[in-house]
Write a protein that binds this ligand. Structure first.
Ligand code: GUN
Ligand code: FE
Length: 450
């Protein structure tokens, strides 16, 4: 009678705006064959009981058990897949030394596609088990290993956006880890884009190629220009690092006489599908360029505590400049693969930015006022903000969005008396344990079950 592919009954939390959540209590989520939410039905609506009568007791009906809730699948806007083996390690040096001492030697190993397959399978499983359903990945310079990552995402049901990293400047990069020539880097990128587009055609949740200059310091002018042209030619996503750390930010000013943002924009690398990691040093003018071009910021609060040398002004970017902002783990600059951990760090870092940290300075001069974000804003970053950043219909449990969800249990929470649903939401996010994530679905495909 209704023609839905499946109907799920349960209570969900989803962002209504940047700082508000919607609590959809005992709703019916009516899904279509494409794995999208076709209709949301509240218990107050007349057809509610008719739909239940039609579907209950059939294989097309799922009722979320009491004490369990639905959250949107999380969107991680910044993961270096090849760095997974060193997560939690090697965080004792500043960015430049960390890259050269630990990270480039590790990434060079992905010339071996078997090694890539082992690491990437493990990582995708781990991220899915943590409720992360969409990931914007940096791969390495190696076309085959990157393709392997896209194939693994396709097979395991994760929505992966994968970039072949370009590092074509021979002076800036070590001999053992760099593109052979600029022409080769661009040709490999183009071939990779074509291969992933073909692969993505038969993948329900989609996999996407991403134009990926590592960051300006590792690329030549010709390389950056060529990548901007490829991004336009194929209408694909773009990612890079932007104004991360004193060193990286200053390097670009010394080379071009202007900021990362302005330089990337001149090379045609900022558009509605661009996501730039970190952005701790954006000026007001840079932020305007982000808004005008539709470029998004991947905020990586754990990583920034180690390498950022500053706290990204998330609150100002969201509210004063209306820039799209999402969240990134930045594996392995950030040690945790969990966006739950990163949501909490985003709140905590913003509070320290707001108040300041040096007690020898007067309190009204110590911090950057109006910088603290709430838990709901952090949740927005991990969900709806990530979806807007990628310009995909994901991260919200609304009609026309994909059925990417986590089913999470509250049985471990300290409840003595009765919590409101609003309180349940807060406790859920703050004291979530990975083992409380019971099921994960991507585009209505079950990709993880405990
Ligand atoms: N800048 C250039 N490469 C990297 C990287 O791998 N991680 C981080 N955090 N910053 C970078
Ligand atoms: Fe990074």
């Amino acid at each position: 009678m209704f023609g839905f592919e499946r109907v799920v009954k349960g209570t969900a939390f989803t962002s209504q705006s940047i700082n508000e959540i919607d609590i959809l209590e005992n709703y019916l989520f009516c899904l279509n064959k494409d794995g999208m939410i076709e209709k949301l039905v509240s218990p107050k609506e007349e057809i509610y009981s008719a739909i239940i009568e039609t579907y209950q007791g059939t294989s097309k009906f799922q009722e979320i058990p009491k004490g369990e809730y639905l959250l949107p699948g999380f969107i991680d806007l910044h993961v270096h897949a090849p760095q997974w083996p060193q997560s939690g390690l090697a965080l004792d040096k500043p960015l430049y030394d960390w890259l050269n001492t630990y990270t480039f030697p590790l990434e060079a190993k992905y010339k071996d596609t078997n090694f890539a397959e082992k690491v990437y399978s493990h990582l995708v499983d781990e991220l899915l088990s943590l409720g992360t359903t969409t990931v914007l990945y940096f791969g390495t310079i190696h076309k085959e290993a990157n393709l392997k990552l896209a194939e693994i995402c396709a097979k395991k049901g994760q929505r992966g956006l994968v970039g072949k990293v370009v590092m074509d400047d021979h002076e800036a990069n070590p001999k053992f880890y760099r593109d052979e020539t600029t022409e080769q880097a661009l040709a490999d990128t183009e071939e990779f884009i074509k291969d992933v587009k073909i692969l993505g055609k038969n993948v329900k949740q989609g996999v996407y190629p991403v134009v990926t200059p590592r960051f300006i310091p590792s690329c030549t002018d010709e390389g950056l220009k060529g990548l901007g042209e490829l991004a336009e030619k194929y209408d694909v996503h773009v990612q890079s690092h932007c104004s991360e750390s004193d060193w990286a930010h200053q390097f670009v000013i010394d080379r071009f006489g202007e900021s990362d943002t302005k330089s990337l924009n001149k090379f045609g690398l900022l558009n509605d599908k661009s996501v730039m990691a970190h952005c701790g040093f954006l000026s007001a003018e840079d932020a305007e360029i982000f808004r005008e071009t539709g470029t998004a910021v991947a905020h990586c609060p754990i990583s920034n505590a180690y390498f950022g040398n500053a706290v990204t002004r998330v609150k100002q970017l969201l509210h004063d400049y209306q820039v799209d902002v999402g969240l990134g783990t930045d594996i392995s600059g950030g040690f945790s693969p969990s966006l739950y951990d990163n949501m909490k760090q985003a709140v905590m870092s913003s509070r320290m930015l707001n108040d300041g940290v040096n007690h020898e300075i007067e309190s009204d001069e110590r911090g950057v006022s109006n910088s603290n974000i709430t838990l709901k804003e952090a949740f927005y970053l991990a969900t709806a903000g990530g979806g807007k950043s990628l310009s995909l219909p994901i991260g919200e449990l609304k009609e026309g969005f994909t059925w990417d969800v986590q089913v999470v249990s509250t049985h471990h929470l300290p409840v003595f008396g009765e919590d409101t649903l609003e309180e349940t939401f807060q406790k859920l996010i703050y004291i979530m344990k990975p083992e409380q994530i019971k099921e994960v679905w991507v585009q209505d495909q079950l990709v993880y079950k405990q």
